[in-house]
Ligand binder design. Structure first.
Ligand code: ACO
Length: 423
């Protein structure tokens, strides 16, 4: 039976039927595409809290249950048993790789990790102390001036080559951004190292140094990349899709996604969490900050808490907390800040303010502690998110290109300004 919902306008007593689209696993959606044509009215939904902007087969979140699936696989299983490259392959191909496919994919990404020398020179133009996020956003945008054959692509094979090019080069651009911000010589990728190890090598090594990177550090960062790989229609992904919907090329779309991610309410939160933990400084100060977070007259927020979709534990935060506890002796974790973080979590989970608003730790609450233990500078935290999320952005870009319902992203507004003014 075709499911519909009826909307009744109690001013003119007219009723309108709208189709209900089934999800199968998540909430169904009312098909409001003809809302304006039928009723002459728009839907008002600031921040799109109740709006599904597309159909997607990539990532599923059940915010009430704290569940996250990538292409149908539980995030916990992928984080424990698979590598970030497996997850990239899964996103692009829809299936996990065989051993042979993994090897081929890995080799191809290593080969594609180098960038044109012109891109490298671009970093000389940035001023000292430029933020790495600003540099990587510009560098990704500049890829379009070097790899312009991807500006007008049409075939599946071309999409996938472009996707591999992006995910392979982003760690190199990320490492260049970091090194430039400290005035360090840029380090080329090392073909003998895996994706994640290579990134740690490029940010840490001196030229010609055969630097050893412990496996435990590679595994920790690889898990962080996996946990950030995609998160359905979050702010930056929606921006990527929005830019792509105009027909702009993927480098422009991803550069815009990077800019959107930079904000403190989104990917910038991991940097803010560490600054806040340091500001709190001791266990004795926690109550004072919790009080501020609860005060409606104070715009202070507990960073790393709350999420638009998760109204339960963010499963990624749970994985990171476990990882932190597992690795804290092997990695150089700051015990004082870890204790403060755990105490804040304990208080928040039993405090009415946080319980009633369903505010739980999100992925950013614990990731900063791990990144600090990996000796990754704070200005690079959001860039780590960029590297992990690059596969999600590009996979969503490809999905949008195949979507027959795709239209230019062009919302309407409820005009409440002046009218009939005279000059
Ligand atoms: N600390 C204190 N109170 C909070 C917090 C917080 N971190 N987050 C939300 N609240 C309160 C709000 O004040 C509001 O209270 P009210 O109902 O009394 O007005 C209520 O909870 C709902 O908050 P909204 O801002 O309406 O929730 P929204 O879904 O729009 O925002 C967001 C989600 C932006 C993540 C928010 O919780 C926040 O600012 N958190 C801190 C920043 C952060 O950690 N961002 C990372 C998000 S995860 C990611 O992007 C990877």
């Amino acid at each position: 039976m075709k499911k519909t919902v009826t909307l009744t306008n109690n001013i003119n007593n007219l009723s309108y039927d709208f189709k209900i689209l089934s999800s199968g696993i998540g909430p169904d959606a009312i098909d409001f595409q003809k809302l304006y044509a039928q009723t002459g009215m728009f839907a008002y939904d600031p921040g799109f809290t109740s709006t599904a902007s597309c159909k997607s087969k990539i990532t599923f979140i059940d915010g009430e249950k704290g569940k996250l699936l990538y292409r149908g696989y539980k995030i916990d299983d992928l984080a424990q048993k698979k590598s970030y490259l497996d997850v990239c392959f899964l996103f692009l191909e829809g299936v996990l790789p065989t051993d042979e496919q993994r090897e081929e994919f890995d080799i191809e990404l290593r080969r594609r990790s180098f960038v044109h020398e012109g891109i490298k020179n671009l970093f000389d133009a940035f001023p000292d102390k430029a933020h790495p996020m600003a540099m990587i956003s510009s560098a990704v945008s500049a890829l379009s001036t070097f790899y312009f054959e991807h500006l007008n692509i049409n075939s599946e094979a071309e999409y996938k080559t472009m996707a591999k090019r992006i995910i392979a080069k982003i760690p190199t651009l990320a490492a260049f951004s970091h090194r430039r911000s400290f005035g360090l010589p840029l380090i080329y990728p090392d073909l003998n190292r895996s994706y994640t190890e290579n990134f740690l090598y490029m940010i840490r090594a001196y030229p010609s140094q055969n630097l050893y990177i412990p496996d435990v550090e590679v595994k920790a960062l690889d898990t962080i990349f996996t946990l950030h790989a995609d998160h359905e229609q979050n702010a930056s992904t929606s921006i990527v899709r929005g830019v792509a919907s105009t027909g702009a090329h993927p480098y422009a779309a991803i550069s815009a996604g990077i800019d959107a991610l930079w904000g403190r309410a989104h990917g910038g939160a991991n940097e803010a969490v560490m600054t806040q933990l340091e500001l709190i400084g001791t266990i004795d100060n926690i109550d004072k900050f919790i009080k501020r977070a609860k005060d409606p007259g104070d715009n202070f927020r507990l960073m790393g808490f709350g999420h638009r979709v998760y109204k339960n534990f963010d499963p990624r935060a749970v994985i990171l907390k476990n990882l932190l506890n597992e690795l804290k002796d092997e990695l150089d974790v700051d015990d004082n800040l870890l204790n403060i973080a755990q105490k804040i979590e304990d208080i928040a989970l039993t405090d009415d303010y946080f319980i009633s608003r369903k505010l739980y730790p999100n992925i950013d609450f614990y990731s900063g502690l791990i990144l600090t233990a990996l000796k990754i500078p704070r200005s690079m935290f959001t860039i780590i998110f960029v590297i992990g999320r690059s596969i999600g952005w590009i996979t969503q870009w490809i999905e949008l290109k195949h979507d027959k319902d795709m239209k230019i992203a062009r919302p309407r507004q409820l005009y409440i300004g002046d009218t009939d003014k005279q000059i």
